[in-house]
Design a binder for this molecule. Sequence first.
Ligand SMILES: Cc1cc2nc3c(=O)[nH]c(=O)nc-3n(C[C@H](O)[C@H](O)[C@H](O)COP(=O)(O)OP(=O)(O)OC[C@H]3O[C@@H](n4cnc5c(N)ncnc54)[C@H](O)[C@@H]3O)c2cc1C
Length: 416
Amino acid sequence: MRTTTVVLGGGQSGLAMSHCLSARSIDHVVLERNEVANSWRRDRWDSLRLLTPNWQCRLPGHAYQGDDPDGFMMASEVADFLAEYAKRIGAPVIGGTTVTSVRRTEDGYAVGSDQGEWLCTAVVVATGAFNVPAIPAFAEAVPSNVTTITAMDYRNPDQLGEGGVMVVGASATGVQLASEIRRSGREVVLSVGEHVRGPRSYRGQDIHWWMEVAGVLDERYDEVDDIVRARRVPSMQLAGSDERATFDLNALTAMGVKLVGRLAGVRDGQAQFSGSLRNKCELADLKLGRLLDTIDEWAVTSGQDGSVSAPHRFEPTRVDSSPRLGLDLTSGEIETIVWSTGFRPDYSWLEVDVLDQKGMIRHDGGVVDSPGMYLLGNPFLRRRKSSFIDGSRADAEDLIVELSAYLDRRASSSTR
Ligand SMILES: Cc1cc2nc3c(=O)[nH]c(=O)nc-3n(C[C@H](O)[C@H](O)[C@H](O)COP(=O)(O)OP(=O)(O)OC[C@H]3O[C@@H](n4cnc5c(N)ncnc54)[C@H](O)[C@@H]3O)c2cc1C
């Protein structure tokens, strides 16, 4: 089978690109191993809601139209929203098709799948940045009396034993799971490394509204000092809820969650925590202060200062004067460990030499280091919001310009 462009993956990124390709009449297919919005339908826990407000669900030619723009859709509603989008734009999605290889040919790429091979001139990798859980190597040393589960396999507290739970990782996923598990009545220890603190609301507005209007989410990949570092920054401690609650460490401590430092290792049945908890929290408080300073400055310069409530600062993160540095995992205190240590992409099918030492695709703002190959959906791909729904829109609209220019160059060189 031959087509001009093969889009790999039918999530928001693949669909956004499909819309942009159709708008330029570029012949393409979208290969999806399952069904549209598979990650939102299958890879998330039951209670997950967007942490971005519904009004920020914008895709090329489509936006949230429901009656709760300031609310936060459930994962299943996001999946429905994307399925509706796919239908509306007539995306040529071929579902139930797992891509098993992508290799270069003389004039483009051969995309192998369990349903046959496609030959094409350009490829868009939109298979997602969060395909598999990233777990520390020392996870293997956890004693067998403790059950371990990853955030990808976690669905709800009923899956867990009745005993204590240690949640490892305190970014958006970790704080949400720690809070839910604590509310189920279990004792919860939360292991906290580097994290990004964020209030749900500030000066009467959602924090995502502020970050959008103040230009924080639009900050570009070629404008930041250290893009490698920026791409590794953990997700902000946020969750969507009807109460518009803040999910920072103070909120969790108030619920009875016990904070410990970063899990540095497991040895002879002992979990060992770094002594840096206080430092990490102070750093997160400092960075939150800087974000609020940026917002306050924007409010003044944009003339909005008078129309929102007055600036204020949040209480510093409360940390025990001597948090525990070890925990005996053989003692029965912890029955389950939930790894909320992040996710990474799976490029095991990629046979083109574009992976760096860490297994990430080498690219310049989504233009991959292989002619005619493009990447979408990765953190800070082209801007801070790149891995968000709204980022897929902006990035796809940029990358289609690159992709169609490439096709034009190819076409004009072959007619010469
Ligand atoms: C827990 C969590 C919460 C999030 N919350 C928010 C939020 O509130 N707001 C927000 O804007 N963003 C959020 N995100 C970030 C982002 O919006 C989602 O990860 C989103 O799913 C990314 O879309 P995508 O299209 O880039 O990738 P995905 O949705 O992962 O889509 C990739 C698609 O490719 C398919 N695929 C993968 N490999 C293959 C293969 N080999 N062959 C064929 N198909 C394949 C998959 O089945 C999948 O359908 C969250 C992410 C996570 C992990």
